[in-house]
Ligand binder design. Structure first.
Ligand code: G4P
Length: 308
């Protein structure tokens, strides 16, 4: 089963963002540094094609540092794009953010030409936390100003630097299956949209290959080197369940409980610093997903023609 999630309020945000983009110089997209590709919004990418872009890899404290560098290089090599990594412990994120945006649109400065920046991000990526830190003791200017909707916030970070926060988020169909699982594992997807056991198994299937030592250490498992090579996701799940006492009567394994333990530990960073995708992997997954989409479209068209 692929992860599908499309809360109605996200759809509503699309129009607001299209309107705001008309007078925006730089679009900031906040990404989860543990899953930058999966936490990006493909629709936002389409809508902001000709804009300057700043990618913030947030929650870098939870991500694999080496991979964060790979992702920064990946984004920094794209046209009109800059990328920075951040986390909530950063004491003065405004300086980093303003500097990167100014570098993208150097022609916008001064009171008559303020730099107008839109900040977007999927739920749970840490946008509110960052905005609160940016604001510090200052209060947000909201609504009741010409050109600013009630729900929208305009934060004046410097006299000529305006940051617009449009609440809610557009989220079209998740076409990359691996991305859906990564989003679910990270906690971005509503709980009722996912099967935790399936998500935990997908997560284990990746982590057992790239971070087996972290699994061994976190769950204090005794795994021989032969088992390290041969264990599948289900073997890891069984071993973790046994170790953590996720058992039902008669000693049967409580898979739901084991899955919850694993996902909670990943989300909090207790397993260690893990990044669930490299740029290279993401490009391959995306290509495969797009090919599949085209194939499905063609099949649908054929069926329609047959009916006619
Ligand atoms: P959102 O507005 O994008 O939906 O996200 P929000 O700021 O509410 O952050 C979602 C969760 O992520 C919060 O945890 C927040 O503390 C955490 N978070 C934000 N930035 C960072 C970061 O850079 N590093 C880490 N490790 N965590 C971050 P929560 O458990 O939902 O709430 P709480 O623990 O803050 O009460």
């Amino acid at each position: 089963m692929a992860i599908q999630w499309y809360p109605g309020h996200m759809n509503k945000a699309k129009k607001a963002i299209i309107d705001r983009l008309k007078s925006t110089d730089v679009v900031i997209e906040m990404l989860d540094a543990r899953l930058p590709g999966s936490s990006a919004n493909p629709l936002l990418e389409n809508l902001s094609q000709h804009k300057h872009k700043l990618k913030i890899l947030n929650k870098q404290d939870l991500a694999d540092e080496t991979r964060t560098h790979l992702w920064l290089d990946f984004y920094n090599s794209q046209p009109n794009t800059q990328a920075i990594a951040l986390d909530a412990s950063e004491r003065a994120p405004a300086q980093k953010l303003i500097k990167a945006c100014r570098a993208l649109a150097p022609n916008r400065s001064g009171l008559d030409k303020p730099l107008r920046v839109l900040i977007c991000g999927i739920p749970n990526v840490g946008k509110s936390t960052l905005i609160n830190t940016l604001l510090g003791k200052k209060s947000a200017k909201t609504g009741n100003e010409p050109g600013i909707t009630k729900a929208e916030q305009r934060l004046i970070l410097a006299d000529d630097f305006w940051l617009y926060d449009t609440p809610g988020m557009l989220w079209p169909k998740i076409i990359v299956q691996e991305g859906g699982y990564n989003l679910a594992a990270s906690g971005a997807v509503g709980r009722n949209a996912l099967d935790e056991e399936e998500v935990a198994l997908e997560w284990l299937n990746y982590v057992r290959i790239y971070y087996p030592q972290l699994l061994v250490e976190r769950f204090r498992l005794e795994v021989s080197s032969q088992q390290l090579d041969t264990w599948q996701d289900t073997d890891w799940l069984d071993a973790i369940a046994q170790k953590r006492g996720a058992l039902l009567s008669g000693g049967r394994i409580d898979y739901q409980k084991a899955a919850e333990i694993i996902l909670t530990d990943f989300r909090s960073g207790a397993v260690g610093r893990i990044t669930m995708e490299t740029p290279e992997q993401w490009v391959v997954w995306l290509k495969k997903a797009k090919e599949k989409e085209i194939q499905l479209k063609e099949e649908r068209l054929k069926k329609q023609q047959m009916k006619k």
